[in-house]
Design a protein around this ligand. Structure first.
Ligand code: SF4
Length: 150
């Protein structure tokens, strides 16, 4: 029988793909999905390398943009393309687990900043938003619930 598929943020799986070159491996997530086919997901590392400049969600003219902290470069469109092309490759996941607070992966946990770097409110990162639209039937979980259940 074909295995169910789960998309998981690659840093949770143990890949060293975070902006600072570190990982955030969470064994309880791996254990929870041990019978699934695991599809690693990280939109930032292939585009910007690892380690890389930090990026943030910034509200500009009432719209959320993804901005590189040091350079102020707007990387929203390139990230959108990367994420959309991932969704085309993996159209039917059964489950999704994303890293909280990330400007890409965070689901309802990502700080949205003003132009001075102060937090205005919390929302989802760009990938979590696109996943919500592309995979409306699939609940998006974040890794925190697996830590709470430890
Ligand atoms: S949170 Fe998402 S974008 Fe950031 S390192 Fe992890 S998988 Fe990559």
């Amino acid at each position: 029988m074909e295995k169910k598929k789960v998309i998981i943020s690659a840093c949770i799986l143990g890949e060293y793909c975070r902006y600072d070159g570190k990982t955030k491996k969470i064994n309880t997530v791996l254990e929870a999905y041990k019978d699934y086919e695991i599809i690693p997901f990280c939109p930032e590392a292939p585009l910007f390398g690892t380690p890389r400049e930090r990026i943030s969600v910034v509200e500009i003219a009432k719209k959320q943009r993804i901005i590189q902290d040091c350079t102020n470069k707007d990387v929203t469109e390139v990230l959108e393309e990367e994420i959309n092309s991932f969704c085309m490759k993996f159209p039917n996941p059964d489950a999704i687990v994303l890293k909280s607070k990330s400007p890409s992966c965070g689901y309802n946990t990502t700080p949205v900043l003003d132009k001075h770097g102060d937090t205005l409110y919390t929302d989802s990162g760009i990938a979590a938003k696109i996943f919500s639209l592309k995979y409306p039937e699939v609940a998006i979980l974040n890794e925190l619930i697996f830590l709470d259940n430890k």
